[in-house]
Design a protein. Sequence first.
Lengths: 640, 640
Amino acid sequence: MKRRIYLKMKSLEEARNLLLEACPSDIIGEEPVPARHAAGRITSRPVYARLSSPGFHSAAMDGMAVRAAETFDARDQDPVCLKVPGQALPINTGQPLPPDRDAVIMIEHVTFLSEHEIEIRSPVYPWQNVRKVGEDIVATELLFPTNHQLEPYDIGALLTGGVTELYVRERPRVWIIPTGCELINPEEISGASLPPGKSPESNSAVLAAMTEQAGALPHVTPIVDDDPEALKAAVTEALDAGAHVVVINAGSSAGSRDFSAQVIEDLGALLAHGVTIMPGKPTILGMVRQRPVIGNPGYPVSSFISFEQIVMPLLYRLQRRLPLKRHVIDAQVARKIPSRSGMEEFRRGIVGSIGGKYVVTPVKKGAGSISTLTRANCIIHIPAHSEGLEEGEMIQAELLRPEEEVLNTLICTGSHDLILDLIKDMLMRMSPHFNMASTHVGSMGGIMAVKKGLAHMAGTHLFDPETGLYNTPYIHRYMKDMPVRLITLAYRQQGLIIQKGNPRGIGAIEDLAGKDITFVNRQSGSGTRVLLDYCLAKAGIRAEQVRGYRSEEYTHMAVAVAVLSGKADAGLGILAAARALDLDFIPVVEERYDLLMSEESWSHPAIQAMMEIISTKGFKEKVRGMGGYSTRDTGKGVHL
Amino acid sequence: MKRRIYLKMKSLEEARNLLLEACPSDIIGEEPVPARHAAGRITSRPVYARLSSPGFHSAAMDGMAVRAAETFDARDQDPVCLKVPGQALPINTGQPLPPDRDAVIMIEHVTFLSEHEIEIRSPVYPWQNVRKVGEDIVATELLFPTNHQLEPYDIGALLTGGVTELYVRERPRVWIIPTGCELINPEEISGASLPPGKSPESNSAVLAAMTEQAGALPHVTPIVDDDPEALKAAVTEALDAGAHVVVINAGSSAGSRDFSAQVIEDLGALLAHGVTIMPGKPTILGMVRQRPVIGNPGYPVSSFISFEQIVMPLLYRLQRRLPLKRHVIDAQVARKIPSRSGMEEFRRGIVGSIGGKYVVTPVKKGAGSISTLTRANCIIHIPAHSEGLEEGEMIQAELLRPEEEVLNTLICTGSHDLILDLIKDMLMRMSPHFNMASTHVGSMGGIMAVKKGLAHMAGTHLFDPETGLYNTPYIHRYMKDMPVRLITLAYRQQGLIIQKGNPRGIGAIEDLAGKDITFVNRQSGSGTRVLLDYCLAKAGIRAEQVRGYRSEEYTHMAVAVAVLSGKADAGLGILAAARALDLDFIPVVEERYDLLMSEESWSHPAIQAMMEIISTKGFKEKVRGMGGYSTRDTGKGVHL
């Protein structure tokens, strides 16, 4: 077993340059395309007009074609009469000017005396209201230079200039080779569970879609086993078939079954193994038969970032195309984000417009978690020389969504409830301008986030044993002087989520102590944790008596998954989570789940839209249908 | 013949709203697509995960799978030995954790004592270095809400979550019906000239490309004659075939052969005829069988602006997709742009970074001229309530090209020479970051533009009869105190451009007077005009003796076209222009054509790139190949 050592580690800039220098500049050829289908393509030669436009002198207005000299005497008090059609011929915009005419009188300036005679009261000068030959385009003139990316309206100039076919750069052919014995084609998974030890192979589809975004043509091969010979054969086949770029995903690390580096070295030359980016470090750059062969890492976020930072710039350069850049906004960092000096980091974040400024919160780091990308709406780029970002620091966040949507994104944090997903769906049904981004930090974390202006809204269900009240005592304690609103979302059943059929014979909270039962807990600061501690105290049980008390999860669903997977026998959570995974449930208590928001956020369009949604009958019916909820006070303000 | 009267004129906002209100919200249905080809599509239902990810507990690191409890005693001074594989089983990242293990020790923390025994010096806690079931995605959770536009990485989440097919919105089917008896399919034009009175039909291809840009599916029908019955049949056929939106181009005005309004009214309802936008006023909105039918104007820029401002927002809304917006920059208006109050105007402009700020100059207005779009790099939007923009006013320009390119665009004005097109082509070959935008205002106009900071560079060939020098006397006179550079581009032949075979028997400048010869002049302020006036004076000819002296064109090519089309018998211009249109040429004088630039622009990357280009042998050879040029001083600085 080899250690995880990279022999040829490069910085991102070094890696990009190595690749460009090694890559012959002419590997992408040219091809003729019909002009009408050339939008988005890049010219590979200068394009000259073949026809002039207009191709003839034509009327620029509806009116009468005349000889200007015959109108010179026309005055308001002294009109001139012209014979139709001998002197004045009816003409419509765009029609050719007869050879013996040199001007057009606008129809608005004509008085018909009879069918055969008109009167005019002002003259026209020669060539007035006439579009002259070549006024727009002159045959032989340069329409577009080399390396021009054609816009839709450019197609109009091509066709008008008589160019119906032209040479453009080929679209680079990118072969993507998924490799790994543990991978299975997602389309081949039957039923509701994976074959043991198998993972769905999804990276190749992401890389293929990114390849198309860069204007190139992806070709995804079948999954290749972790076998150097099979991999070599796949790379060779790709190059034989005319691939301009080959991407192997994955096997790019330095583990015992990572063969990409070896395969590239055997077939050609290894330029770099390891790039100082995070995620994406285990990236390999090589050249085989004068074509770039890239070892792209296997973790989904690493695969994405590495491809975006290394392969996409290459694809753009090969086409002589300017890279598409993400829109960038100035945003304030919600909390300290440490980063390793020497590594260029690409953190995913959630940014929202809170209190008149953009605030960005990083989501968790895991490169293995595709949801860190799908839940995010921006990328936070931390340069290699930085040791991280300070709380409150202003940065430039790269938006993953349109700014208009980000402006109207409801930033929700605090405790999680499945109803929030329902709100998100209904919000986006209402208008594509709205969106909602959630992070789950527990009820106390949510109160603090609203207090610090890091979120518009927080879900909270904190029980106060002293007063028997939910949420209000905590708000009074921690949010003194800050004007806030508290809106009830629903009452919900909290209880023990247990395995189907209750094999351990659990009956109540009391059973968590003593018996051979493993519990899974929620993180401290969460409302459910507060509730558990209250219930344990009431039952006279100490934390040490509960096996698994220190094993913490951050959401109801994570607790349910822990039970489903056998990691735990029981956890405290909501009925909806148990039901979603077909687990059993022992009710313990009905609690109130409220939404806390600052008075300042109250007027945010997305909050107002949400308030409209939660007051509808349809919404309440759907909530009750999820099980374990009462909507008797949904949408009502709580007196503070 | 009807007058040009619009009975139902609407503002742009009214027009958009009328259309949206009239249009049933559900005309776009949904369709299932394979997840791996769903990037860019819009979900039509919420999407829930079918599988958890990871689907099993797996190693998050390469290392050894262990029971955490057996490692608790390990200390640096007091290592623990574990049997391989009984207690410590080799495992790679991503491999399933055996059911009897609950943690992974990183390979870096393992010392092999033998093949069957390892030593560790620190403990691992339960579930350390383990990716737990559902850590990323939990089966049943909401992956994406309704109306979510799928990004490439979202495809990863779908496939990982076991979703291989999903429902998305249909792509709207847009039928585009070109109409007009004067139109000819560009692909049917054979040879180098148009059939008499015919124009190439190019708008439908532009609208089709724009339709695709909006995520919809275009269908272009054959050209339909200006015949109400034929048009009705075409619209009916489109709707029968399932068109969601029908666009008739053109016949949308109120001329005698404009039938679109009548056709729409006969088949359904006319919502608006005329929209207060410029270009684009003759736009018709109607509904037929609950589908929008749009009369789109015929002038190419009107067609583009009307479609972009009215049809594209509709297409986005029908799909619940956020419109793509152009990048907007703050720019200073180079000169006064008058605008009619009550009309929302979309002027095309050229913007460049000059002296550290963006300066935008409008290009000419003609809606009939597609080159006003293709030569522009931005749109200047003037709201309806405005009477125009003042010189120096700051506005927001909508970029038609990437900002990176605009930043590196060389703004060139002054006198025109065909060599400038060659420079543009070579500049863009050098790097896709560069571009060049030219307007032609004559040599004097160019000097003034450089002086006012409206252009980086101006071509100038102003002869000073008193000193016999080119350019320098004018620069001393008009650019006192301003540090500038003057670089010689080439010497060139100016002469009389005359018809092929010289049918009028022209021999020299003297022949312009008296004889029955029509001349075409260049605009005053142009170097060629100065030269003409000098030559006439030397020959003792007064302006009044030259027929056509007051008929002005702005470029050498326009002069050549005037001669080619028979509008004039002769004009003064360069040999290259005569040669391009296969006309005859009588040399008059060799003149020097220089490039003037401010000292401030000298360091602009595009100027530096240009200087590099014009010093190459290849460039000079190409210039000489164009005919009538000497490159003996090309690239040399002129002493000022």
